[in-house]
Ligand binder design. Sequence first.
Ligand code: OAD
Ligand code: ZN
Length: 374
Amino acid sequence: IMSDPKSVVNRKVTTEAEQGVSGDSDETVKENPGRPGSSKMDAFTSMVESLGQTLKEVASESIRCSSPLKTLDLDGIAEYIKTKKPKNIIVMTGAGISTAAGIPDFRTPGSGLYSNLAEYDLEDPQDIFCMDFFRENPKPFFKLAKALFPKNIKPTPAHYFVRLLEKKGLLLRWFTQNIDSLELLVGVNKEKVMAAHGSHASSTCLKCKKKYDLAWITKHLEDPSKLVPYCEKADCDGVVKPDIIFFSEALPRDFFKRIVEDFPCCDLLIVMGTSLVVQPFASLVDEVDSEIPRLLINREPAGPFRGPIEGGRTTRSSKKALEACYGLGIKQSNRDVFHRGDCDDGVLALAEKLGWDEELEQMINQGPPTNLLL
Ligand code: OAD
Ligand code: ZN
């Protein structure tokens, strides 16, 4: 069941832990050198200090050793791909991967869909994807579906990049929240694509459950004289709804099977163009093993990629290492890379670092190998 988006709470770095208390006790001891027991105190203080130092070194070393990436940036990811040769890469995408194809995302203020539904007269913009609302009044949804129906849309370089991963035998699965089918249009095998929120590829009559294919719904959505599609079966007047997942609807059964089968094998996670607020999709990022590198390419930080890791270079001090080990503050990630910017720029930069840029450009120039919409 999809739950309403929840904003991710930005955890605050605890600074108290960085203050330390040994300075005070040092001073006290120095000011009273002759008091009884001061040599024991000195010994005790120095023992505590040396223990603290050892702990810091161990913690720091263990983080450095356990980090799968040399640097927490695209260079680190490129180096990881070249040297560790991951072959089970999982890609997770959202609406941001398709904005360059002319499809608006949902939550970007101003251009996002949810800021532009005033004419639909909805109490809450997300009602447009609510089953209860749809059963009562399917018109706003179809008005939007017609306005947005992807006509002549082209996959973006970010889509081609995932196709390239597949071509190189490195793609385990592509989990997408998008319903634009650009993953298939770019030529990725449909077995490799998990459309978590469904797609327009099929539609179902809400009354008799008769299935309709992409061509049927395309014809309907492209016909300006029609709005709500109705079932064509004799004696049925049910509304035909594209099989995209609305809030409160169950996700495809395959989705959960894929999570259980795929995520434990994942050796690199690449997340692109999503605010990571809609569950359960958003939580998938935590399904990969804790030592597996995760890359987010997005215009803004999202999910666990918020925090003190932007900009790439790791600036871990031993104090931060200690905090990470002993839970004294925010957990300093040693495997997350947040690359701020457009998905297309990010994948082109990564492809260049990998020496794949010519191949990628060639694919983009050739255009999509299939045309699903005709
Ligand atoms: P959102 O609109 O919530 O998030 C899109 C993210 O992509 C934002 O963080 C943008 O800053 C970023 N972005 C936009 N264009 C970009 C670009 N060219 N390059 C990089 N980043 C870019 O969309 P989703 O996370 O996909 O559900 O939303 C999840 C779900 O919420 C959708 O599947 C949809 C919606 O309710 C259904 O339709 C059922
Ligand atoms: Zn029917």
